[in-house]
Design a binder for this molecule. Sequence first.
Ligand code: TYM
Length: 321
Amino acid sequence: MTRLSGITPSGEAHLGNYLGAVSRWAAHSRPDDLYFVSNMHAMTIDHDPERLRDLTDHQLAVLVAAGVPGDRLFVQSDLIREHMALAWLLECTCTFGEASRMIQFKEKSRGSASVRLGLLTYPVLMAADILLHGTAQVPVGEDQSQHVELARTLARRFNTDYGEVFVVPEAVLPEAGARVRDLSDPSRKMSKSSSEAHGIVFVLDEPEVIRRKFARAVTDGRDEVRYDAVEQPGVANLLDILAVCRGTTAEEAARGIGGYRDLKEAVGTAVIDTLGPVRERALALLEDRFELTRIRQEGAERARERSERRLTEAIALAGLA
Ligand code: TYM
């Protein structure tokens, strides 16, 4: 019952990544699980190679610092041949219509004169990531559920057309924190690619920066602390964040908070308490890369060993061997 999930180093890890995904990987991981830095996915839009290298280390450090056991981690490009080989088999299983219907493709390609082909095919690479390792469950935030659905479709189709080889995976969404919103615009999810830096809380932000970002968070003119995601999306987002940090429901989190100032203060403090220890451990790991290098090398070997048989079988079933 392998669980697998990934994080893309297209920017620094933020609170949405942490609450929606990474903290759950750390809290519920089992010895068979795999978590990885999906650095090959960070090339679908303009990227700087040097920065990508740094951000890959950064994400790996955040995963270790968040408590994901080192022996369940790897970096995707360390298995670039395996992931690409399966991605090709699956590209030839997926239709153009299916790939172009992906919401993230539509959003990220809109208004852009030149769209990289990888932006269209990246959900197929993601399906390869999932299927290569025999994944049964994929713990992700809500924004990735359509991609996991595509992986299910491709697994079923390949199994039917060529022979049973892939486990059909399912997405596992968190009960709370599945969609943390941008603090400066609660109609949008918090995202690495957002241009409004003060709406995003980064895992490595200093405590004072976090407090300031929450103090500036967009709410509304009512000064009424109650949970109503439709009428008061900004307040609901703050209550959601507070609730996940405290391990309560949003309604419980709202109790006893008089106004927006108190709410912002409370959620800022809760987030600082949650991220503080992760930040310290991550910075220490980035200071001394020996541990990260070791984790990366050992992780690559383990992941490659585990995927070998399945990939060989899929290649043969497709008639390539
Ligand atoms: P990425 O790097 O965008 O996000 C990593 C994880 O964080 C979750 N997430 C959020 N959760 C709640 N609120 C938010 N605002 C928020 N923003 C992001 C995402 O849902 C995700 O779980 N393509 C993937 C990485 C990937 C992958 C995979 C995941 C590559 N291959 C195979 C699972 C299985 C991505 O770019 O995630």
